[in-house]
Structure formats: structure tokens, C-alpha cells
Design a protein around this ligand. Structure first.
Ligand SMILES: [Zn+2]
Length: 161
């Protein structure tokens, strides 16, 4: 990487440290020509493998774009979408894999989206899981109700104690 000050191609590393729990390395470099210092960062690329076999770098923006459609007309703002995309990325990185099939990205979206907005979740799940009948929706809504009842019961428990 060229020196940002004088464009010289050679530099030496004066310090390197792991950041993001070892998923990235930051290096402090010194230009061997002008002697000025700059910082570079090296990050493990999380690759998404598409059905065609082509891989592309995981993109939070893509997650946001995919979910935004399901959130149309819902009280979900851009901040909430960004946070959701961040949670999706963190949950995938936490599994420790370097490559993930694209359909598993969809799977990782379902959990956080369900917490964010039930209607958006149903829309997204209906496309992602290719719901083909009203029964698919009914079953999903029944599961959703049960999960909501369980989390409400948990909240009550926390308030009591
Ligand atoms: Zn330089």
C-alpha cells in the first residue's frame, strides 16, 4: 500500500494489533521515504456463496435493501435497519465461518427481524420460505403469537423479581 503522503510504495510496520476480537488487524506503518506514519487495517472477508456458486463479499447494505422492501409502510426507520444488518453480520461472524451460503444469510435475518416488526417479518418469511398457502401463514402466525406470549411472560417474571 502506498504512502498517503508521498505515494512511496515501501513502508515498514512499527506496530500491529488485533481488533474486533481478532477478526481484524490494524497496522501502524512508517514510510521508508518520507518517514511519516499511517495506519492500515486488514479484515477477514466474510464471503456469501450464491446459488450459482459465485461468491461475493457480505454486505450490510444488501441486507438493508432486502429487508427494507418487507418494511414498507411499517414504523421501521433506517437506524433500526442498520442495527438489524449489524446484528445479522455479528451473528454470522460469531459462527466463525469464512463463507456462508446466501440462503443462510436469509435465515440469520429472520430472528432479528421478528423482534423488530412482526408484519415485516411475516412478509420477509413468506418470500424467503416460499409460503404457498394460507396454512403456511397461519402456522407462522401461531408460532409468532407463541413466541410473543413467551417473551411477555419472561418480561413479567423479570419485573416480579
Ligand atoms: Zn511517504
Amino acid at each position: 500500500m502506498r504512502c498517503p503522503f508521498c505515494r512511496h510504495a515501501d513502508s515498514r510496520v512499527v506496530d500491529s494489533r488485533e481488533v474486533d476480537e481478532g477478526q481484524a488487524i490494524r497496522r501502524r506503518r512508517s514510510c521508508s521515504k518520507c518517514g511519516r506514519r499511517f495506519t492500515t487495517s486488514e479484515q477477514m472477508v466474510l464471503a456469501v456463496v450464491k446459488r450459482s456458486g459465485v461468491t461475493e463479499q457480505f454486505s450490510r447494505d444488501k441486507v438493508v435493501r432486502g429487508v427494507r422492501r418487507a418494511c414498507q409502510g411499517r414504523p421501521v426507520d433506517d437506524d433500526a435497519l442498520q442495527q438489524l444488518a449489524q446484528r445479522v453480520e455479528e451473528s454470522i461472524r460469531a459462527t466463525g465461518v469464512a463463507e456462508i451460503p446466501s440462503h443462510e444469510v436469509g435465515l440469520a435475518i429472520l430472528g432479528p427481524l421478528r423482534e423488530l416488526d412482526e408484519v415485516a417479518y411475516l412478509r420477509f418469511a413468506s418470500v424467503y420460505r416460499s409460503f404457498s398457502s394460507i396454512e403456511d401463514f397461519e402456522k407462522e402466525i401461531a408460532d409468532l403469537r407463541q413466541a410473543m406470549a413467551e417473551s411477555a411472560a419472561q418480561d413479567d417474571g423479570e419485573q416480579d423479581s
